[in-house]
Design a protein around this ligand. Sequence first.
Ligand code: G4P
Ligand code: NA
Ligand code: NA
Length: 189
Amino acid sequence: MERLKQKIKEEGTVLSNTVLKVDAFLNHQIDPVLMQEIGNTFAELFKGTGVTKIVTLESSGIAPAMMTGLQLGVPVVFARKRKSLTLVDQLLSANVYSYTKNETNEISVSNEYLIKKDKVLIIDDFLANGQAVLGIMNIVEQAGASLAGVGIVIEKGFQDGGEVLRTNGVRVESLAIIDSLQNRNVTFR
Ligand code: G4P
Ligand code: NA
Ligand code: NA
């Protein structure tokens, strides 16, 4: 997506050879117009695949997931990283290990909002090692639901998440794939 790549070039900051900061439009401040275009693009890519539900992970996945759900006309569920105060439902849970943070988080979704007949589109802001997506896929499987594919705003192509997922036959659509962040410079695929 050209507009997104332009935005990354103009407003992103390369923090290291592996980390890109995009707090200006995605991870802290959010650009609603850009999010809408992102949602429309995912909706166009996955239309006709029978998606009944978008599933993402709080918090930064919610904005692009919302705009996609709005355009496709389906509900958006975000997996929680913390257990809710109103915990009365049965939870489907998975452990997600973050290489970046060197910690494991349990993520969960109520079995009320993810059911066998659902066809799920997973949306997330970043794809690095793929652990978050694999965790959500595990939950989708526990629900007995099926997967239409995965939509990613920014894929770091030099980390192995994309390859792991595609090798396993998962349809992954990334709107911007970064091949390198060397020398404070963003190189797109
Ligand atoms: P993985 O799921 O692909 O294995 O990724 P990883 O554990 O490395 O990611 C941990 C967190 O860091 C995730 O956000 C992920 O979106 C984010 N992340 C990974 N690489 C980058 C990067 O280069 N730039 C930015 N800005 N974020 C990155 P999170 O902890 O779930 O936070 P939230 O923003 O969703 O609340
Ligand atoms: Na994030
Ligand atoms: Na994220």
